[in-house]
Design a protein around this ligand. Structure first.
Ligand code: PLP
Length: 490
């Protein structure tokens, strides 16, 4: 495999076929990106030939540079086409109440959200301490944006039953320094749609921008609505919504590295741009964070959208909706499990009400059976839960999932909950991030089986330990544990 003495750079070049064999051998340890058994990270439509098309389109434009749209008009044309398609799907464009929508293609949801915050911040240069209002169910990327851009974050709690923020709480959180108010359509963790119209109204009343994070749902909710689902207004049809993000590498089923950030008009987008002429090199203008950008993801997304078309997305949405219903039924059928929210989009999220059924053990048991789900730690009065991102490729698997879930639940009950030494729990419960030393981190990691190699098959102990830690310590431990993994191959 990878040469221990040279890393990726051998003294003499390795033949192409062998290099590909090496990559395939490495890939064998990965979670399965296709086949509908991985309920996070990947979005698989299960459409024959689509991967090949996207790969060919990617290869066509991989070396094209988005740095300069005048040098590579092909990329500009494809970006404008993607933005136009997203805008039309989300209530903008000619003949709508948002005829002047503009946008940018970014590398992903996080970049889109960082740029939405940057545009809002830089539209208010008069403020020395700008702030953003974000429900706690909003994606963590808003906290990252706040951190990177030195903007203060005002979190709004969510109701433990509806998992939505109260509009009065959002309104109360808006201050004179607030530059942006956020709503999710839907939230990633639970898949629930915030009261966008009401949130946008309180933001507009305060003269503040309102961003709708539709990174996850922006490419499914419109099709689900056309299929008859009661999707509340969440797009540019809602007065007061100033920007929307939608990830094409999620439910548009494009390969990774592509999202769209839309603004209601060019004036709102203007502060997003960075231009610089005060150096002796080329005058630089970047609409997004990256400067040099590969055309590969953009061309692949363009090919994917054009090939699937409206009828393709409608069909995939119908299949996904039915898969969601089937998975939700499978959860309801297991004693001790409870849906945390009735599915409104393409997420199934459940918790356990029975102390004898440890969710983290259940997740490990499902993994052992070949089903890869995503555990979510208890947080701010919300219980631990299991998240399933459901894509079209799951549909043919639904009938197998129910028995697997029942079997995993029985095994988890039989194994019993994770029991960590009380002194370890006490230590983690009281430690501050500042008190962590390299020795302590090394000891904790070794005790949990975390180290340089792949993560252990069973993660219940790690999740239990993290859950016992206060939030700031969780963050620090995660960073330290991942730091242990990210070391060069010598
Ligand atoms: C609602 C929402 N916003 C933002 C993001 C961040 O997207 P990315 O991982 O592409 O940066 C995600 C990712 O799951 C999401 O679900």
């Amino acid at each position: 495999m990878i040469d221990e003495t040279t890393g990726a750079l051998p003294v003499e070049g390795v033949p192409a076929a062998r290099v590909l064999d090496e990559i395939r051998a490495l890939r064998a340890a990965d979670r399965p990106t296709h086949g509908g058994r991985l309920f996070a990270y990947v979005y698989d439509p299960g459409v024959a030939g689509l991967d090949e098309l996207a790969q060919a389109a990617y290869a066509e434009s991989a070396h094209v540079n988005g740095l300069d749209p005048t040098a590579f008009p092909s990329l500009l044309a494809m970006e404008n086409a993607l933005v136009g398609a997203a805008a039309r799907l989300l209530g903008g464009g000619p003949g709508t109440s948002a005829p002047d929508v503009v946008g940018s293609v970014t590398s992903g949801g996080t970049e889109s959200l960082i740029l939405a915050v940057k545009a809002a911040r830089d539209a208010r240069p008069d403020l020395t301490e700008p702030r953003i209002v974000v429900p706690v169910s909003g994606h963590a990327a808003f906290a990252k944006a706040a951190h990177y851009l030195r903007v203060a974050l005002d979190p709004v709690p969510v109701d433990p039953v509806t998992l939505r923020p109260a509009v009065a709480d959002v309104a109360a959180a808006i201050r004179p320094e607030t530059v942006l108010v956020v709503a999710s359509a839907p939230s990633y963790a639970h898949g629930v749609i915030d009261p966008v119209a009401e949130i946008a109204a309180v933001a507009a009343a305060a003269g503040v921008r309102c961003h709708v994070d539709a990174c996850f749902g922006g490419w499914t909710l419109p099709w689900l609505r056309r299929l008859g689902a009661p999707v509340p207004p969440f797009d540019f049809a809602v007065p007061g919504v100033t920007s929307i993000s939608v990830d094409l590498h999620k439910y548009a089923y494009a390969p990774k590295g592509v999202s769209v950030l839309l603004h209601r008009d060019p004036g709102l987008r203007a502060p997003q741009f960075f231009a610089y002429a005060d150096w002796p090199g080329y005058t630089m203008v970047n609409p997004v964070i990256a400067s040099t950008r590969s055309g590969g993801p953009i061309a692949a997304a363009y090919a994917t959208l054009r090939h699937l078309g409206e009828d393709g997305y409608l069909r995939l949405a119908a299949v996904t909706r039915d898969a969601v219903a089937g998975l939700a039924d499978a959860v309801r059928a297991v004693d001790g499990l409870r849906l945390l929210a009735e599915p409104e989009s393409t997420v199934v999220c459940f918790t356990a009400d029975d102390p004898g059924l440890d969710l983290f053990v259940l997740v490990d048991e499902l993994t052992a059976l070949g089903w890869h789900t995503q555990p979510q730690l208890a947080y701010a009065g919300l219980p631990a839960s299991v998240h399933l991102t459901v894509t079209a490729a799951v549909a043919p698997r639904v009938a197998e999932f129910g028995p697997a879930l029942a079997e995993a639940a029985a095994a988890a009950r039989a194994a019993g909950p994770v029991v960590l030494p009380p002194e370890l729990l006490a230590l983690v419960g009281s430690l501050t991030p500042e008190a962590l030393t390299p020795d302590l981190i090394g000891g904790l990691a070794a005790g949990l089986g975390l180290g340089a190699g792949p993560a252990p098959d069973r993660m219940a102990a790690v999740n239990t330990l993290l859950q016992a830690a206060p939030v700031r310590l969780r963050e620090r431990l995660l960073a330290e544990f991942v730091g242990l993994l990210q070391r060069p191959t010598w």
